[in-house]
Structures are given as C-alpha cells and as structure tokens.
Design a protein around this ligand. Structure first.
Ligand SMILES: CC(C)(COP(=O)(O)OP(=O)(O)OC[C@H]1O[C@@H](n2cnc3c(N)ncnc32)[C@H](O)[C@@H]1OP(=O)(O)O)[C@@H](O)C(=O)NCCC(=O)NCCS
Length: 384
C-alpha cells in the first residue's frame, strides 16, 4: 500500500443552508481542492455521500458535482452508510489511493434537511433503522439511543449529570467553532431544565438536524511532496459492522462495530489508545460519546462518564474529545459528518483551529457510526 495523505479539507458552516446540497457539495469541494493546491483534473475518483437527496428531488449527485468542478469525465460513486457515509467514502478513497488505482481522490458529503419539519426529518432519519422491526414499532433514533442510555445506566450507574457533562463540554467547544450549528455555551442547570425527548435523554442530549457539506482531498505521498497545507498521514482506515437491530444484540452498553473497527485501526497503525492525542467521536447523543470512548479503548467499560465529568475529555484535559463541538453542538448533517470530523483534525494539525486548539496534535482519531452501529469507521492520522 502507498502512504496516503489528506492534503485538503473544507466544510461549510453547519446549521441552516440557503443553498441546495448539490451547490454546497460543489462549493466545499472547490474549497478543499483549492486548499490542497491541486489541479481538479488530477482527481481520478470522486466519492459522494448525500443520504437524503430524495428530499430535494435530486439523486446521483456525483456527476453533478464533478461537472461543477469541470471534471465531468471523472468517475464518481455514491456512498451511503447512514450517519457514517462520508467516512465510508474516505475509506473507499483511501483504498483507491493506497492501492494505486488513482493518485488523487475527492470525498464529499452533503445534506440539506432544514426545509423539513421535525416530524418529517425524524421519519426520514428513521429509514436508517430496521423498518419492520424498529421503525414500524415506533422507534426513532432518540428512542433507540435512549435504550442504550438506559442499559448503560442500569449496568454502570451512569448519572444524568454525567450525560449533561458531555453536552456542556461539547457546547463549550462549539461556542469556539465559527462553523458550528450551535455557538453558545450551556450550563449544567440549563441541561437539567431541558425537556425530556426520549427518557432518559433530554433536548441537550440530542444532536440537532443540520444542513452542511464537507470535503477532503486525498493523495499519494509521492505525488504531493510539496502540499500547500500540513497534510494528515492516514495511518489507519478501518471499517466494521454489527447486527443492525438493537433487539438482536446480546448487550446494549457497547457498539460491536466500534470495537471491531477500533481494534483493526490500532493494529494497522501499530498504536494503542494511550498514544492518541485527541479524537473526534460520534456523539449523536451524549450517551453515544460515552459508549464510544469505552468501545475505542480509551476508558474501561463504565469509566468514561465519570472521566468526562472530571474534565479528562475537555479541550485542556488529558484526552480532548470533540474539540469541534461534536455532532451535539457542531451539528449532524449526516452525510457530511464523517468528513467534517477529519476537517477538524486538519484544522487542529495546521494550527488553524483558533481558540479551540488542543495542546497536542501528533496522533488523532476519528470515529463515525452509521445509525445505532450497523456500520462504523475509525481513522487514525499522524504527521509527516
Ligand atoms: C431533539 C429534537 C427532537 C428537537 O426538535 P424540536 O423539539 O422540534 O426542536 P425545534 O426544531 O422546534 O427547536 C426548538 C428550539 O430548540 C433548539 N434545538 C433543537 N434541537 C436541539 C438540540 N438537539 N440541541 C439543542 N437545542 C436544540 C432550537 O435551536 C430551537 O431553539 P430556539 O427556540 O432558541 O430557536 C431534534 O433536534 C432531534 O430529533 N434531534 C435528533 C436528530 C437525530 O436523531 N439524528 C440522528 C442521530 S443517529
């Protein structure tokens, strides 16, 4: 395999976009290409994610984006893996570049849903669950993650205030991110006063519905000797799956796909969790961040919630988690999320994260889950 770098990265602000997913995808792809300093014609393959194009009456975004970039003859592929779509796209791009199929590849994820009300958006998102066994029985994603939270509370005594600490931390980080959906800090009291959405999860336990787009440019080391920005060396690109339905899993306090993808990633990179300096993990709900930190091996089962409440995962803590604000505060336009996590790593490594800069940026990890964990991607990045 060839050493592969991320040489360009860009994102829109998350929240409400005035433009379509197609326009946002093209705009952000141009920005990433510009930052990479490559000629668009060098791109040999484009991997485009847009789960809910149907809500905009626009599918088959790949050729449209490529045409907008002036490279209509470049092959494109649509990648759908629910909330982990663009990290799955990143994996495919990595395979293409590392495997020698192309020297430069583009990853784009875009979503626009803000023209839908909460009921309709919830029913679109629920399509990522099992229709006969979950969705038609009334389950929504807040409900499914509430089941995970209840199981975690039963087994480990996880406290409401510990869930709240994740929300307070990620809102504090989001307040420093000009691209975040929510840019206001919240207090624990505000969290505790917020309404229950799906018991035990409250409003501030949930990520919002966001529009947004993010893009990455990957290249083989040998073709990008003088990149215009500090590149990210892809030290591991791992994916894994698990039984899609919660009711069929032997236990709910962890996500098997996260554990498998993490094991593979650490093996590929030849690293251990203790060598990671900071991470962007999938916190679609506060409980998801806690479970992720345990599945990734950063904390033993049942220990992450307390560590978070003690400040270990704060920006200035021993292991900063979600300095971008995470899905909770930066937002979760599902197809853009995986790529956006890598955009945050790119900003941190390039010293352009401003006030939310973390102290150490030698090794970073991104973790992105599809739905309740039927699919998962874990990437590990280092410096040249
Ligand atoms: C939590 C949720 C139900 C709230 O929806 P809602 O009650 O219809 O909220 P509204 O859109 O009417 O917004 C009401 C207010 O709450 C705020 N808000 C909405 N969602 C929020 C969230 N998740 N966190 C914090 N504030 C939120 C809005 O900004 C708005 O504030 P304002 O009155 O100051 O403008 C919705 O955001 C949701 O379902 N989130 C989860 C999405 C999801 O499942 N994603 C997939 C994960 S796998």
């Amino acid at each position: 395999m060839r050493e592969t770098w991320v040489i360009g990265a860009a994102t829109t602000r998350f929240g409400k976009l005035a433009e379509s997913a197609r326009e946002a995808a093209t705009r952000v792809a141009l920005a990433a290409i510009d930052r990479a300093g490559v000629d668009p014609k060098a791109i040999g393959a484009t991997f485009v994610s847009n789960c809910f194009g149907v809500a905009e009456h626009q599918a088959h975004l790949g050729p449209l984006v490529n045409t907008g970039l002036g490279i209509p003859e470049t092959p494109s592929m649509a990648i759908e893996s629910a909330c982990s779509s663009s990290s799955a796209g990143l994996h495919e791009a990595f395979v293409h570049v590392a495997g020698g199929f192309t020297d430069v590849a583009l990853v784009v994820g875009a979503e626009r849903l803000s023209h839908l009300d909460t009921l309709r958006a919830t029913s679109y998102f629920a399509m990522g669950a099992d229709d006969p066994f979950e969705t038609r029985q009334g389950a929504t994603f807040p409900g499914l993650y509430a089941a995970i939270a209840s199981a975690h509370q039963d087994r480990f005594g996880t406290r409401t205030e510990e869930l709240g600490a994740v929300a307070v931390k990620n809102h504090a980080n989001g307040a420093l991110n000009p691209n975040a959906h929510f840019q206001r800090p919240i207090s624990l009291a505000t969290y505790l006063a917020s309404p229950i959405i799906a018991s035990p999860l409250r409003l501030y336990d949930c990520c919002p519905f966001s529009d947004g787009a993010s893009a990455l440019v990957l290249a083989a080391r040998e073709v990008s000797r003088r990149p215009s920005a500090e590149p990210l060396v892809v030290r591991a690109s791992a994916r894994a799956g698990s039984i899609a339905d919660l009711q069929d899993r032997p236990e709910l306090t962890g996500i098997p796909a996260s554990r498998r993808a993490a094991e593979r990633a650490f093996r590929q990179a030849g690293l251990t969790p203790s060598q990671v300096d900071f991470a962007e993990v999938h916190d679609c709900f506060t409980i998801a961040e806690i479970v992720a930190l345990e599945d990734l091996g950063f904390f033993p089962p049942g220990a992450a919630a307390r560590a978070g409440a003690e400040g270990v995962t704060a920006r200035d803590g021993r292991l900063p988690i979600n300095p971008s604000g995470g899905l909770k505060a930066k937002g979760h336009p599902i197809s853009a999320t995986g790529a956006a996590q890598v955009v945050e790593v790119f900003e941190q490594v390039n010293g352009t994260a401003g006030a939310r800069a973390v102290p150490k940026t030698e090794v970073a990890l991104t973790h992105n889950v599809g739905a309740t964990g039927g699919s998962c991607s874990v990437h590990i990045f280092g410096r040249r």
